[in-house]
Ligand binder design. Structure first.
Ligand SMILES: [Zn+2]
Length: 151
């Protein structure tokens, strides 16, 4: 059952995804893959990660991988999904799935994306970020740090 549609969480926000939403944070070395949202979608012109509404029977990782396949051409075998951060609003949640890349990958763009960029995790906050992504980034960054190569 598709989760496409708007809902209202316990905090009174309006969110996309009747069963919550999920996104994939792809990590390559010390960089993460960010996606510039097309001006045709909600919060266009800001940076975020590939993702979207979860279907009813889908795990967060499954949803994040499905959306990444649609939006940037990622194959499930390109990454090894690991830690997850759940931003639970009550009645709606957004799960960020940390996914280190295991093979070389070149993203392609579709209509929901105006472009992608590998950004050093230490410099993510220098970009204009999507509100939801900016809100969770400090805690997500801790999970990214845990998978970065040690100097
Ligand atoms: Zn909310």
């Amino acid at each position: 059952m598709s989760g496409d549609g708007w809902t209202v969480c316990a905090l009174g926000h309006r969110h996309w995804g009747r069963f919550g939403a999920a996104g994939l944070l792809i990590v390559r070395g010390s960089d993460v893959l960010l996606q510039l949202r097309s001006t045709h979608v909600h919060n266009g012109g800001t940076w975020s990660i590939p993702g979207g509404a979860r279907d009813r029977a889908e795990s967060a990782a499954q949803a994040a991988l499905r959306e990444s396949a649609e939006e940037i051409g990622l194959r499930a075998s390109d990454v090894r999904p690991g830690a997850e951060f759940v931003d639970d609003h009550g009645g709606w949640s957004y799960t960020t799935v940390i996914a280190p890349l295991v093979v070389p990958f070149v993203p392609r763009n579709n209509h929901e994306s105006s472009g992608t960029a590998w950004v050093a995790s230490s410099r993510v906050t220098e970009l204009p970020l999507h509100n939801g992504f900016a809100h969770t980034w400090p805690r997500v960054a801790e999970l990214v740090d845990a998978v970065l190569p040690r100097p």
